[in-house]
Design a protein around this ligand. Sequence first.
Ligand SMILES: *[C@@H]1O[C@H](CO)[C@@H](O)[C@H](O)[C@H]1NC(C)=O
Ligand SMILES: *[C@@H]1O[C@H](CO)[C@@H](O)[C@H](O)[C@H]1NC(C)=O
Length: 243
Amino acid sequence: MACFSATLGVIILSGFINLTAASKDICDFYAKAGQSLTLPFFYEGLTNTHVLKWTHNNTIIFFRQQGRVSVGKTEDISATGSLLLKNLQFSSAGAYKANVLHPNGTSAKKWSAHLCMIDKVSKPQLTYVCDFKSSAVNLNCIVAKPQGLVFSWTLDEKTLTSETKQTLSVSLAQLKGQRSFTCSVANKVSQERSDAVRPTCISPSPSPPPSLCFTRKTVVAVVTGGVIVKNDHLYLLFIWKTT
Ligand SMILES: *[C@@H]1O[C@H](CO)[C@@H](O)[C@H](O)[C@H]1NC(C)=O
Ligand SMILES: *[C@@H]1O[C@H](CO)[C@@H](O)[C@H](O)[C@H]1NC(C)=O
C-alpha cells in the first residue's frame, strides 16, 4: 500500500510540472513599461479595399475600412498590417488579435498573440561569507524577487558558464591573488549586473595543524625541565621551536 501511494504521488507531481510549463507558454511577447513593440502581422495583399481590425482584450484599438481609419492612428500600421504599440504600460498586457476582411465581408486572415508585461530586474547586491570550516567562500547574488530570474557569474571578467544559480561557492585556494567576482540577473526584458566584489577571507584564529600541537606539548615539557636546571641553552631552543 505504501508503494502504491508513493507511485501515485510521483504521477501527480509530474502532471503538475507539465501544467506549469504549459502556462508559461501563454506569453508570445514580453515587454517592460515604457518600451515600444511591433506586433508582427503579415497580409501581403493588403489594400484599402480590405477591412483591417485590431483588438486588445476584445476592445477595438484599430479599425480601417475603405482607407478610412476610424479607431487608432494610420502611422501605427505597416503595409502588411503590423501594429506598432508605443509607451507600453502594465494595462497593455493581454490578448491582441488582427483580422483582415475581404471586400465581400469574408475573413481573409486572422492572427492573435498574448503580450505579457514584466518588471525590469533591479541591480543585484553581491555579498559573501567566508566559511573556514569547508575552506570556501560562499557568494550570494541578492535581488528583490529572484523567482524566474536567470543568474550568471563572472570571475576576473570571465563568465563562469556552468554557474547559473543564485549562489556560488569557491574554494579559498582559488581566491589567491584578489579575485574579482560579479553576478548578473536577467529576465525576458532586462539584465542588471552587480558591482565587482573581491572577497578577502583571513581566518581569525587559524587552528594549528596536529603535528604542531604535538611539538608544543613536547616543548612545554622541555621548558619545565629547562627552568628546573636553569639551562639557558634549552630555553632558547623552546623559542625557536614555537615560532
Ligand atoms: C487586458 O487583459 C490583461 C489580462 O489578460 C490585463 O492584465 C490587462 O490589464 C487588460 N488590459 C485592458 C486595457 O483591459
Ligand atoms: C470573397 O472574396 C474572396 C477574395 O476576393 C474570395 O476568395 C472568396 O471566395 C469570396 N467569398 C464569397 C463568399 O464571395
